[in-house]
Design a protein around this ligand. Structure first.
Ligand code: NAD
Ligand code: TYD
Length: 348
């Protein structure tokens, strides 16, 4: 059995990816989930597979090089799928340094460990999971392609862009076998309720204000998390070393459209028609708020035959259903002081 190190496997996308690989490749891969368990990481997300024989959890911080080296040796790591990161733009505006420490320094630690331990052998893979936000902000037209020039504008995207550059530098300089994919906004179960969709669902459930930054017309290209996971699986197995793949949902929506849709879906389910929209509050805009993201995934579709399978209305329905059925999860992940952090964004 080959061992795959998945970093950040207790987070939102990571937990879906770990579950997918552990279930689908029972005889083929041992999955080593390496995660620091920050506020965003939660082992509850993986309860259903925690006892599987091909699954191992290691608590650790990618900022600590020695621990990474130990794990590479102990489990004979053959490949890495690297997701561990600080992932929220608002937090990066508050505290950019943690984003540098984890997203940049942590990634270089992993690259250094792979370079040292794999010793130039080409049958390994370092697969780095990144974001479309590295490309900056679009006007009304156009889409990001793999060769779009990097133009990150938030501390989060600047740190992710930097990590992408280091991954490519290790490919060109040391011949480390790498692949990068840049994906658009994900949504689905187990997403921490600081990101737009779960935050709005959580606030509707708790009759709290629904904060819309600025005019609510910023556009994101939404992809159901399981479709991202399937793309990662496909790229991991069939992607070409040294290449980059864009992953997107062909599903551009303005924030206000999403929020009103969520209000209506939840009101219908809870027999509360018309009440949730009254909670909408336009508030001060996020500093440096990127206007529009849109991904062109033609390369992935033509070369690797990937397609998003979940239509937005179906994905959103499934997501709402999951949060309504998992209020304990929501209550437990929001029991810390994270809401205090959001207070200032409620200024009008
Ligand atoms: P998340 O915040 O839900 O999870 C991040 C995970 O990384 C958590 O489990 C956390 O405990 C862990 N982690 C953080 N710092 C760590 C450290 N120093 N050492 C070890 N583990 C650490 O994030 P997510 O939304 O699942 O995103 C995962 C990856 O995908 C990130 O690299 C992100 O940039 C990228 N991405 C996310 C999206 C999205 O829409 N969520 C879109 C494109 C790309
Ligand atoms: P977010 O989920 O934070 O993802 P990202 O900033 O990485 O795209 O935000 C998605 C969009 O929703 C973004 O345009 C900011 C906006 N937003 C709000 O209007 N209100 C909120 O409370 C949040 C969290 C986001």
């Amino acid at each position: 059995m080959d061992s795959i190190l998945i970093t950040g496997g207790a987070g939102f996308i990571g937990s879906h990816l770990v579950r997918h690989f552990v279930n689908k490749y029972k005889q083929k891969y041992r999955i080593v989930n390496f995660d620091k368990l920050t506020y965003a990481g939660n082992l509850e997300n993986l309860k259903d597979i925690e006892d599987f024989e091909n699954y191992i959890f290691v608590k650790g911080d990618i900022q600590e090089y020695n621990k990474l080296e130990e794990v590479f040796y102990e489990y004979s790591i053959k490949s890495v799928i690297h997701l561990a990161a600080e992932s929220h733009v608002d937090r990066s505006i508050e505290n950019p340094m943690e984003f540098v420490n984890t997203n940049v320094v942590g990634t270089i630690n992993l690259l250094n460990a792979a370079k040292k331990i794999w010793k130039g052998k080409s049958d390994h893979l370092f697969y780095h999971i990144s974001t479309d936000e590295v490309y900056g902000s679009l006007g009304e037209d156009g889409k990001f392609i793999e060769t779009t020039a990097y133009d990150p504008r938030s501390p989060y995207s600047a740190a992710k862009a930097s990590s992408d550059h280091f991954v490519r530098a290790f490919y060109h300089t040391y011949g480390l076998p790498v692949i990068i994919s840049n994906c658009s906004n994900n949504y689905g179960p187990f997403q921490f309720p600081e990101k737009l969709i779960p935050l709005i669902i959580n606030n509707i459930i708790n009759s709290k204000p629904l904060p819309i930054y600025g005019d609510g017309k910023n556009v994101r290209d939404w992809l159901y998390v399981e479709d991202h996971v399937k793309a990662i699986d496909m790229i991991f197995h069939n992607g070409v070393r040294g290449e980059t793949y864009n992953i997107g949902g062909d599903n551009e929506k303005m924030n206000i459209e999403i929020v009103t849709l969520l209000c209506d879906i939840i009101d219908k389910k809870l027999n509360n028609i018309g009440s949730s929209r009254l909670l909408i509050e336009y508030i001060k805009d996020r500093p440096g708020h990127d206007r529009r993201y849109a991904i062109d995934s033609t390369k992935l579709k033509t070369e690797l035959k990937w397609r998003p399978e979940n239509d937005f209305s179906i994905g959103l329905e499934k997501t709402v259903e999951w949060y309504l059925n998992n209020k304990e999860w929501l209550a437990s992940v929001t029991s810390g002081d994270y809401l205090k952090y959001y207070k200032k964004y409620y200024e009008k």
